[in-house]
Ligand binder design. Structure first.
Ligand SMILES: *Cc1c(COP(=O)(O)O)cnc(C)c1O
Length: 361
């Protein structure tokens, strides 16, 4: 079997070493004669897995003691709803900075549970490139929180400099950039993300929330989505996705073994700079995001002649480079370079793009 490089935006490529380890112990975990997905989430064996995963995540992200780490249900979209339920009120308001599709969806969902003050945090500059404008936003002093999306997975826009929000807690969706670079957790009231980009299989959601912000959820909040109830039950009020939690723990251990988030950040810089550098050097391909706002995780790019799109995708696939088709919102191509994508994969992509350009120029 030939190995492919998978540029899918999510669910996406996971570290091969972890995939193999999970496969090896799938039928018999730790000599107990049963697989991890066959044992109780309250068993001693499983609790050890769950606790180690949470501790390793704390360690990797340098999460201060006054923050809870929750493993929840519902994905990123679930948080779009349970965030205003937990941190907002029906009478009060929350600020939403919109920089692309995902932050827009978050604002749309929140409207059902609180008053949303929505504002654009991006604009198109004179060169036609998307830039961020996060200073002097019309933030409200009495907002329950300010929401932003740190990495817009579809538009390829990443916020490296979070806006100053004073006493109002800043909440960031980090679904597609979690563990890809260092983040100062203490700057945020809450960080959250679905697991299926940098962490593991879909079906588990990480919520990192400052303790003082929880405990006053709106009365409509389902118990399994109440952050305080979840924290009080160590994320096991009901049965969590035991497989995804276990897998996430393996990925955390793998990340620690290769040098943690700092080492990963350096690799992600190198990988993304290689691809952006090539795109910028070519007039056959283009990317429409200003350098300061370019995502290291998701790189949308366009062929000058879009009638070649189908052929590009087909030939890429024949060269073992899969899932490069862009999101339907933008069209074109998108290469997602999550943590598990090795530098060799990006080199293979660039070399294919070079050849394709030569053949069609
Ligand atoms: C993928 C993604 C989501 C949606 O996650 P689900 O777990 O599918 O609900 C939300 N926000 C961002 C930034 C994403 O990339």
């Amino acid at each position: 079997m030939s190995k492919v490089y998978n540029f899918s935006a999510g669910p996406s490529m996971l570290p091969e070493a972890v995939m193999k380890e999970v496969q090896k112990e799938f039928l018999d975990f730790n000599g107990i004669g049963a697989g991890v997905i066959e044992i109780s989430h309250r068993s001693k064996d499983y609790l050890a897995i769950a606790e180690k995963a949470a501790a390793d995540l704390r360690d990797l992200m340098n999460i201060p003691d006054n923050y809870k780490v929750l493993f929840m249900h519902g994905g990123g979209r679930g948080v779009f709803a349970n965030l205003p339920m937990n941190l907002g009120t029906a009478e009060g308001s929350a600020d939403y900075i919109v920089t692309g599709a995902w932050s827009g969806y978050a604002a749309e969902e929140a409207v059902k549970y609180t008053h949303v003050n929505s504002m654009r945090g991006d604009f198109v500059n004179a060169d036609g490139k998307v830039e961020l404008k996060l200073k002097d936003l019309p933030l409200k002093k009495d907002a329950a929180y300010v929401h932003m999306c740190m990495n817009e997975t579809i538009h390829g826009i990443e916020i490296f400099d979070a806006p100053e929000t004073g006493d109002v807690p800043l909440v960031a969706d980090i679904s597609s950039c979690i563990l890809s670079r260092r983040m100062d957790v203490s700057r945020y009231g809450m960080l959250y993300g679905g697991a299926q980009k940098n962490i593991g299989p879909s079906g588990i959601t990480i919520v990192i929330v400052r303790e003082d912000l929880i405990g006053h959820a709106q009365s409509i909040t389902p118990a399994i989505w109440d952050y305080k109830v979840t924290a009080d039950h160590d994320s096991m009020l009901n049965t969590p996705n035991t497989f995804a939690w276990y897998f996430a723990g393996k990925v955390f251990a793998w990340l620690k073994s290769i040098g943690g988030v700092e080492a990963m950040e350096a690799m992600n810089k190198e990988k993304s700079e290689l691809l952006y550098g090539f795109i910028d050097s070519s007039d056959f391909y283009s990317n429409n995001v200003a350098v300061s706002a370019r995502s290291r995780m998701n790189i949308p790019f366009f062929l000058k002649d879009s009638s070649l799109d189908q052929q590009f995708i087909a030939e890429a696939k024949a060269n073992n480079l899969i899932s490069l088709k862009g999101h339907r919102v933008l069209g074109g191509m998108r290469a997602s370079l999550y943590n598990a994508m090795p530098l060799e994969g990006v080199k293979a992509l660039v070399s294919f793009m070079e050849k394709f350009e030569k053949a069609h120029k």
